[in-house]
Design a protein around this ligand. Structure first.
Ligand code: 3NM
Length: 238
C-alpha cells in the first residue's frame, strides 16, 4: 500500500517499519489518524453506542474502548455493540487494558497503560496479528515501548487538558517533536487536542491525534469528526 506523505515528509501507513528493519504487524497499516477514546460518562451508556454509531460511517478513525470501571460482562456487552457498528465500516476497535476481551471479541488490539500487562506480555498473549498500543508520557518512554515491540504509542498530555490532574502537566509540542525524531512507530498526540491543533501536532511529527472530550462532549460529534478529517486533508492526508 502506498503511503501518504505528510507535510513534514513522514509517510502515513508505510512509515511504520521496525527499527530493526522488520515490518511491523499487518494491523498497523489499518491505523487511522483519528484515535477516538470512549468515555460513557459524557454520553451515557446507551448514548455512547448511539454516538459511535453516528460517527463511525465517517470512517478515518480507530476507536479505543476505554470504560475502565465496567465489570467484564458489562464491558463485553459494550464492546460487542460497538464492534457491531464498526465492522461494516472496517473501523478498528482496540480495547483499553483487557487482553482477554481482545481475544474473546476478536477486537483489533489492546491499548496498554502503565499498570497494564507489559508490551512483551501482551504480545506473548496476542501474537503479531493484533495491534498493541501504549500510553507514554515522555519521548524516552515512547522509545522504550517501541523497543518493547509496541505498534504505536499515545504521547501526552501535549496540551493542558481538563483531566490534567490525572495525567500531569502538559509536555508541550517540543516533547512530541523529540519523540517523533527518536521513534519510528506511529505516535498519537493526546491531551487538550482540538481540530484547531491538528496542524501543529502533525507538523511536529505526530501520526495522528487521540481525543476524548472534543468528540465525546461535542454538540455534534459527527461534525467534530468531519472537522478533524478536514484538518487532516489540509495536512496532506486523504
Ligand atoms: N491520556 P481530552 S491525557 C486519556 O496524557 C488521556 O496519557 C492522557 O482527554 C495522557 O482529549 C488524556 O479530553 C485525556 O483532553 C485526554
Amino acid at each position: 500500500m502506498a503511503g501518504i506523505t505528510q507535510a513534514n515528509g513522514r509517510h502515513h501507513a508505510d512509515r511504520c517499519d521496525h527499527p530493526a528493519g522488520v515490518p511491523l504487524s499487518v494491523p498497523t497499516r489499518r491505523l487511522a489518524p483519528l484515535y477516538v477514546i470512549t468515555d460513557r460518562r459524557h454520553a451515557g451508556e446507551d448514548g455512547l453506542v448511539r454516538l459511535l454509531t453516528d460517527i463511525i460511517p465517517e470512517r478515518g478513525m480507530t476507536i479505543q474502548i476505554r470504560e475502565k470501571d465496567l465489570g467484564t460482562r458489562d464491558l463485553l456487552r459494550v464492546v460487542e455493540a460497538i464492534q457491531q457498528a464498526a465492522r461494516p465500516f472496517r473501523v478498528p476497535c482496540v480495547i483499553n487494558d483487557r487482553v482477554d476481551l481482545v481475544l474473546a471479541t476478536r477486537a483489533a488490539g489492546v491499548h496498554l497503560r502503565s499498570d497494564s500487562l507489559s508490551v512483551k506480555e501482551a504480545r506473548a498473549c496476542l501474537g503479531d496479528e493484533y495491534l498493541i498500543g501504549a500510553s507514554v508520557h515522555s519521548p524516552a518512554e515512547a522509545l522504550q515501548r517501541e523497543r518493547d515491540g509496541a505498534d504505536f504509542a499515545v504521547l501526552g498530555p501535549v496540551f493542558e487538558t481538563p483531566s490534567k490532574r490525572e495525567y500531569g502537566p502538559a509536555l508541550g509540542v517540543a516533547a512530541l517533536r523529540e519523540a517523533g525524531r527518536r521513534c519510528r512507530i506511529p505516535l498519537y498526540a493526546i491531551g487538550g487536542i482540538t481540530p484547531a491543533r491538528v496542524a501543529e501536532v502533525m507538523d511536529a511529527g505526530a501520526f495522528g491525534v487521540a481525543v476524548i472530550s472534543s468528540i465525546m462532549q461535542a454538540a455534534s460529534p459527527r461534525e467534530a469528526v468531519r472537522q478533524y478529517a478536514a484538518q487532516f486533508r489540509r495536512c496532506g492526508l486523504r
